[in-house]
Design a protein around this ligand. Structure first.
Ligand code: SAM
Length: 212
């Protein structure tokens, strides 16, 4: 629909103005119809740069956060990428449009089921699982990219263990009110971390996250 196409272009311009540089991220986000991942009642705000409710006290992340995390992950065509926190499925679709082979885990069964149906209907070939993502998905390890879209108290060890040589883990870590985005890069057996301030996510709940 033209209205949504125009709004999406405006959103991408705003992300550029805010400092996102990777043109592959813009191309990917331009291909995903974000309005379809938003509940009917909030659809007219689908391309605003803000998080929006998706039910069950969860949110679809703000476009700037999606772009920032995707850029930080530095995904290449064909990379195997694990996302923790499928939510609406939007971030998973953006990763798929980047050319990644995407695996994603959601702990809330209703959200998992809804995202699975939507991603299927849009033709995305994405592997989804309902479960506790703090344990990773060891069956398909190692991953060149692991992206966590909920805030953790500390980095879950299984995610470190499932990261491939040269791979990156992007995860918000901190208290319940605010987190720093940790960008962890594996070089051999060494893990280098860069931290970026000023993010707020819903909590990562699970065995290696916050308790319920
Ligand atoms: N990536 C999502 C999107 O594009 O809509 C946004 C995700 S929302 C900010 C975070 C999600 O993480 C919620 O749907 C929440 O249920 C999920 N979550 C929290 N803890 C989890 C865990 N241990 N394993 C998997 N998902 C989890």
């Amino acid at each position: 629909m033209k209205r949504f196409d125009d709004e999406r272009r405006e959103m991408l311009q705003l992300l550029k103005d805010r400092g996102i540089k990777d043109t592959r991220v813009f191309d990917a986000m331009n291909k995903v119809p974000r309005h379809l991942f938003i509940q009917e009642a909030f659809r007219n705000r689908a391309y605003d740069d803000c998080a929006l409710p998706i039910g069950y006290s969860q949110t679809i992340s703000q476009p700037y956060t999606v772009a920032f995390m995707t850029e930080a992950l530095n995904v290449k065509e064909g990379d195997k990428v694990l996302e923790i926190g499928t939510g609406s499925g939007y971030q998973a679709a953006v990763l798929a449009e980047m050319g990644a082979r995407v695996f994603t885990i959601e702990r809330n069964y209703q959200l998992y089921d809804k995202a699975r149906k939507l991603l299927d209907s849009l033709g995305y070939k994405i592997a989804l699982k309902a479960g506790d993502g703090t344990l990773g998905w060891s069956e398909f390890k190692p991953y060149m990219g692991i992206l966590v879209t909920a805030g953790a108290p500390t980095i879950p060890q299984p995610l470190i263990d499932q990261l491939d040589e040269g791979g990156r883990l992007v995860i918000p870590v901190g208290g319940l009110d605010e987190q720093k985005l940790h960008i962890v890069e594996r070089k051999g057996e060494e893990f280098m971390t860069r931290e970026v301030h000023g993010f707020k996510f819903v909590p990562l709940i699970g065995k290696r996250g916050w308790s319920n």
